[in-house]
Design a protein around this ligand. Structure first.
Ligand code: T4K
Length: 373
């Protein structure tokens, strides 16, 4: 065991406490604590500008945003998705009485493999729910073409993809809808929070009603079966404050990502996941795959790191398709998902966050390198 301070997979970048006081004072003065107050409006405007998207609706968390996005899309039957994600992706389908159909992932990007999507489409399929896993873009153009050919909607779980851009601009503009998470462990956070990005005012109005019980805009009647997905003023203020230091935080992440890549290159059996065509990355996660050429298996390396107080995470083990509520689905068999099954046994997400010291990164690299000799 070591007496080093624990290093977690992530740590939120917190502004100075005093910097939060003026925001709280403004909220106190207004006495508006939630239901779309001034902070909420300001954050929506600021995020549209920062991200390069036209319409955004803030939510109390990413899961509720996903559930609502699927409700807005008005789907039925089957939805094609990836087994290699956080469980909220598939749970949002069950909450909408939709059946997930799992398609294997691409071994390079770890995103849904577009070449396997068409074989999974049936006459019950109404949509595709891909995930930009670890913030690396899905094959958006291919997915769009498949969706057009089969008249399917595409809703992206973009929980990891805050700020990511491709050659067309914000990655979040792909798909009919894209959903973000602003959880404390994310690149940009409102403590708990999330958002839906859409492309027209009518859809935005509908989303805003659905996150507010389905109340009509004048509040006099109820038009839809909505839930409560609202983000409070205090959470919105936290987001506004975070936005101020985000570019610096992203740059720190970039330097850590580079340091890992340089330090880990040449260690037999350790593979770093490359970008997937993004022109601006967010360095949200640093996944490595521990292959058979490495002397320890993934779990032994994971334990070796933990014994030195380095706490990575095995995102996304267990595979969603292996969980009790999904393993009975016809698409959940291991034969249908060989790549996802292999990858999930090999992955470790190493610590990455803006304040992670370079000395700690070097320490982690050394632990991995030493175990290899
Ligand atoms: N879709 C995808 C693809 C997602 O990844 C997620 C969430 C969602 C949808 C749903 O979005 P939300 O409804 O959550 O907005 C975390 C998060 O809870 C979850 O948001 C995230 N994905 C998932 C990948 O990871 P855990 O179980 O890893 O969190 P926890 O508490 O173990 O935290 C990890 C480490 O972070 C800790 O060891 C210490 C550090 N930490 C954590 C928290 C919460 C802090 O330093 N401060 C903190 O406040 O789930």
């Amino acid at each position: 065991m070591t007496d080093r301070k624990p290093i977690f997979v992530t740590q939120p970048a917190l502004p100075r406490l005093e910097a939060f006081t003026p925001y709280l004072q403004e909220i106190w003065d207004s006495r508006i604590l939630t239901n779309g107050g001034a902070m909420h409006q300001r954050l929506e405007t600021a995020l549209c500008e920062y991200l390069g998207v036209e319409y955004i609706s803030l939510f109390c968390n990413g899961t509720q945003a996903l559930i609502t996005a699927l409700q807005v899309a008005n789907l039925s039957g089957e939805v094609i998705t990836t087994p290699y994600s956080f469980v909220a992706t598939a749970h949002s389908l069950l909450w909408n009485n939709l059946t997930p159909v799992f398609v294997d992932i691409d071994p390079g990007t770890l995103n849904i493999d577009p070449a396997r999507i068409e074989a999974a489409i049936t006459d019950k399929t109404t949509a595709i729910l891909p995930v930009h896993c670890y913030g690396h873009p899905c094959a958006v153009q291919e997915i769009r073409k498949i969706a057009r050919r089969h008249n399917l909607q595409v809703i992206y779980d973009a929980a990891h993809a805050f700020g990511v851009r491709d050659t067309t601009g914000s990655l979040l503009n792909h798909g009919e809808l894209a959903v973000l998470s602003f959880h404390a462990t994310k690149v940009f956070s409102t403590v708990e929070g999330g958002a839906i990005i859409c492309h027209d005012e009518t859809t935005k109005r509908r989303i805003d009603q659905l996150k507010n019980f389905g109340l009509s805009p004048d509040g006099n009647t109820v038009e839809f079966t909505g839930a409560n997905g609202k983000l409070s003023e205090i959470h919105a203020a936290f987001g506004l404050l975070q936005l101020k230091s985000l570019d610096e935080a992203l740059n720190n992440r970039r330097l850590i990502d580079q340091r890992y890549r340089t330090g880990l290159s040449g260690i037999p059996g350790i593979r770093c996941i490359e970008g997937a065509g993004e022109t601006v990355a967010n360095y949200a996660y640093f996944p490595i795959l521990v292959g058979p050429e490495y002397p320890l298996n993934r779990d032994k390396l994971f334990a070796h790191l933990a014994a030195h107080n380095v706490h990575g995470r095995r995102y996304f083990q267990p595979l969603i398709s292996s969980l009790p509520m999904y393993c009975g689905h016809h698409s959940s068999s291991a034969e249908n998902l060989p790549v996802a099954h292999r990858v999930v046994e090999q992955v470790i997400c190493l610590p990455i966050y803006p304040n992670l010291e370079h000395e700690s990164v070097d320490f982690i690299i050394d632990l991995i390198a030493q175990a290899a000799v």
